[in-house]
Each structure stands twice: as structure tokens, then as C-alpha cells.
Design a protein around this ligand. Structure first.
Ligand SMILES: Cc1ncc(COP(=O)(O)O)c(C=O)c1O
Length: 446
């Protein structure tokens, strides 16, 4: 029996409860999921995702009582690990007082002050319920501030699911990411290649119409590719010179590699920044922050204010409380940051060496604690970003996730991200599992 069949049989036989829930899910929910990647591609190879009932520290427990080392960590938002006792206590205490009033709250002020104090480019902030909303608001503020219509976004850049920026996210880059979205020219979007000289000309040529350039310093949904610092510097210089705003999407990178935004380490400061995930402590959040004169356009006392922050659940009391507590802990966590960054870097380097030495059809990208394993349709020697995207094999990636689940490891995009609760032992166990399963997956025809 081939590797795929063995793994599917092993997986399916032992997970009757997840299988039953999956059968019910696909009846009433399109594709069985409410976020498009939460099936891990498993239906494409005849399997189904596991249903999780609880999580603590580095672990998730599914409805069939399997325990997994988890690297997805709530879409990378749980940097302190699952069910952190300090954050849990704060949430429970707030919960007892009632959980949504639709009013202003002290925690909101405290969290805003902390974000402003820790990040020089952030002079004011507005909270929303999701990163998607914050990206939408950032581009709206930019268009209003500059009076110009166009937004330039990176090819492979992922800024959430709003119509506004859903262009050229996935190869083969056909513009809008699917039906139901306006073509780029009607939506005021142009897209550019990261780490590519031609982008300079594109910005120059469109300067008179360009309101903003938006980019993630590490392309996340695009595949965990760090953008070259020289490229980010070029974007800053060009935008500054040509009266274009620069927006950094730090929804993944913010507070991930050290306390504060990644831009502080890069020493490149945008005009606006979007934040989310970690700064909400694992509850719903989006933040847009930046220069006061741009952010002040959102002040409702202005006759001509820019609509920024509707949302029944914006600045939800539980999110504000969880975010605040998380940041307080992170501020004292330089040792954990250093340790997690170091084991992440070692993991990326060592696995790439193994894949290279054994001619396996895999590549690891990422930065420090943020790790993506790409399954490829064939072996490539030292593949670059464009090759990795071009030879991506979705089905092999699904088989990788399945085989990892069979070895009690839960990830996304291969692995995902390290949190402070991951130990060297977890990493060694994971590395061993990856080294065991990638040779047979490389030989599996799917
Ligand atoms: C870089 C980036 N921007 C924006 C978003 C959208 O945030 P949310 O899912 O909270 O709407 C995400 C989410 O994965 C993201 O990774």
C-alpha cells in the first residue's frame, strides 16, 4: 500500500468523532468551514480536518482525544500559548462583569496608550474587530488624506478578505482573486513584485494617482517570505519623496519577533500600520494606527470625517482586556523572544539542509519563529520565492499535514509559528517527524 493510503487509513479509522462532525459540517456550511484554510486541504486527498475541543500551552486536544503539539496557534495569535493562566484569569474576571456594552472602556484607553508608547510611528490608533477591517480602514484613510485614488499592493500580499485588497494574492496572479470582486482598474488597485527593481518605476509612473503602498514586511499568506530590507527602504524613500503613504501590515509581524512592531527593529517607519492577532491576546481584534494628522481624519467631530470604525464589536471589552494583559506579559519576555527566535531559525536552517541533502521536494521559508514548509511538485535546488510559488503542490502539502496529524503534530502551511510554550523537545520531536515523512511524501504521486 502506498504512503497516502496508509496515512489516510490510519487517520480515518481512529477519528470517528471528527469524521461524523465533518459529515454534518459539509451539509450546512459551504465546504464545511468558515475560514478557507481550516480544512488544511485534507478533503482534496480524501480526509477531513480534526475538530478541536480544547487547548493548553503548546497542545490541542481533538474530539477523539488525540493530543497534538500545535503550531498553528490560533492563526499565529497565541504567542503565549493556549489558555495562558494569566490571560485566562483576566478574561474570566471581565466576563463575570458582563461582556459587551457598546461603550468606551478603560482597557481600550490603556491598550491604545501602550501601543502608542511602544511604537514611534504610531501616534494614534483605532480598534476594530479584525485585521481585515483595519486594512480596509488604512487604505480609506490614505485615499482621503492624499486625495488620490490608487493603492499599490504587493503580489502575494495578504491583507484579509475584504474586496478592497483581494488582488494578486495567489499565483498565477490574475488580478482579482475570484468572481464577485471588481477588476483591479475599477477598484483602484495596482500590484507590484516584491524584491524587484521594476517596482520603483511602477511607483514613479503612478505617483500622481497613488495614495498608498501597502506591504507586509514578511509576506505571510503569500508563503512566509521575508521582504528584503533594501526593498522596504526603497519603498519608504520613494513614497516619502512622491507624497505617497506607506502602510505596513504588521498583523503577523507585530509583537512576534520582539516586543513592539517589527518596523522598530527594521528602523523603517511607515505612515500607517495595521495590527491584529497577538495584540488581541487571541480574541477578535484589528488596529489601524499611525501619524496623528492621518488618523485624526477619523475624528467624528470633523464635518468631513473619514468613516473609520463602525462595528458592533469593535474594541470589544474582552479583546481589549486580553490584549492588554498579553502585552504586559510580552513586555517582560525578552528572554522568551530570544529563545523562540533562536529555535525557529535553527529549525528552518536544519530542515532546509536535510531537504537539500536528500533531494526532497520541500522547502522551508519564514523568519525566526514564523515557519512555513512548502511542499513542491518536484525537487528544486535552493529554490527562490518565485520557484517555490510556481512548483507548489497543494495535495502534497495536504498529505504533509495529514502525516503530521498522525504523529500528533498540528500545523498550517506546513508548520506555522512557535510560541513561548514550545520547548526544544517539541521542536526535536517535530523535526524527527518531518524528516521521517518528507522522503515518502516526495515519492508519492498525487
Ligand atoms: C498579514 C495579514 N493581514 C491581514 C489579515 C487579516 O486579519 P483578520 O483575519 O483578523 O481579518 C491577516 C490574517 O491572516 C494577515 O495575516
Amino acid at each position: 500500500m502506498n504512503f497516502l493510503k496508509v496515512e489516510i487509513e490510519k487517520f480515518t479509522q481512529k477519528r470517528p468523532n471528527s469524521q461524523e462532525l465533518w459529515k454534518r459540517s459539509i451539509q450546512g456550511i459551504p465546504g464545511g468551514i468558515s475560514h478557507n484554510i481550516r480544512n488544511l486541504g485534507l478533503p482534496s486527498i480524501g480526509a477531513f480536518p480534526v475538530f478541536i475541543k480544547s487547548g493548553h500551552d503548546a497542545y490541542l486536544i481533538d474530539v477523539d482525544n488525540f493530543k497534538y503539539i500545535d503550531y498553528w496557534q490560533g492563526h499565529y495569535s497565541m504567542l503565549l500559548g493556549h489558555n495562558h493562566p494569566g490571560v485566562q484569569e483576566v478574561i474570566l474576571n471581565k466576563l463575570k462583569l458582563g461582556w459587551h456594552f457598546g461603550t468606551v472602556s478603560e482597557d481600550q484607553v490603556n491598550l491604545a496608550e501602550m501601543l502608542i508608547e511602544d511604537n514611534p510611528s504610531v501616534e494614534e490608533v483605532r480598534f476594530s474587530s479584525s485585521g481585515t477591517e483595519s486594512a480596509m480602514y488604512a487604505t480609506r484613510l490614505a485615499r482621503a488624506f492624499t486625495g488620490k485614488p490608487l493603492i499599490a499592493k504587493a503580489k502575494m500580499g495578504w491583507h484579509g478578505y475584504a474586496d478592497t485588497l483581494l488582488y494578486d494574492v495567489k499565483a498565477p496572479f490574475l488580478g482579482k482573486e475570484g468572481p464577485g470582486i471588481l477588476p483591479e482598474d475599477q477598484a483602484g488597485i495596482i500590484t507590484f513584485e516584491v524584491n524587484n527593481e521594476t517596482t520603483k518605476d511602477l511607483i514613479q509612473d503612478n505617483a500622481h494617482e497613488l495614495a498608498a503602498v501597502i506591504i507586509e514586511p514578511v509576506l505571510g499568506g503569500g508563503g512566509g517570505f521575508p521582504v528584503k530590507i533594501e526593498f522596504l527602504k526603497m519603498l519608504r524613500e520613494m513614497t516619502e519623496k512622491l507624497d505617497i503613504l506607506l502602510i505596513f501590515d504588521e498583523i503577523i509581524t507585530g509583537y512576534r519577533f520582539s516586543y513592539g512592531l517589527f518596523q522598530n527593529q527594521l528602523r523603517i517607519f511607515p505612515d500607517l500600520t495595521t495590527m491584529g492577532k497577538i495584540v488581541g491576546g487571541g480574541l477578535c481584534i484589528g488596529v489601524v494606527g499611525g501619524r496623528e494628522e492621518i488618523m485624526e481624519q477619523a475624528n467624528p467631530q470633523l464635518n468631513n470625517r473619514v468613516w473609520t470604525g463602525g462595528g458592533t464589536f469593535s474594541a470589544h471589552p474582552l479583546s481589549m482586556a486580553a490584549g492588554l494583559k498579553t502585552l504586559e506579559i510580552l513586555k517582560q519576555s525578552s528572554h522568551d523572544y530570544d529563545r523562540t527566535n533562536a529555535i525557529g531559525t535553527k529549525f528552518i536552517t536544519e530542515l532546509n539542509e536535510v531537504f537539500g541533502d536528500e533531494n526532497l521536494s520541500f522547502a522551508v521559508t519564514g523568519y525566526k519563529s514564523y515557519i512555513t514548509i512548502h511542499a513542491l511538485s518536484k525537487y528544486l535546488e535552493n529554490p527562490g520565492m518565485n520557484e517555490i510559488i510556481q512548483f507548489n503542490s497543494k495535495k502534497r502539502e495536504a498529505l504533509l499535514q495529514l502525516a503530521l496529524l498522525n504523529r500528533n503534530i498540528s500545523g498550517m502551511h506546513g508548520i506555522g509559528a512557535l510560541s513561548f510554550v514550545h520547548t526544544t523537545q517539541h521542536i526535536n520531536q517535530t523535526q524527527e517527524a518531518v524528516e521521517e515523512i518528507t522522503p515518502p511524501i516526495s515519492k508519492t504521486q498525487i
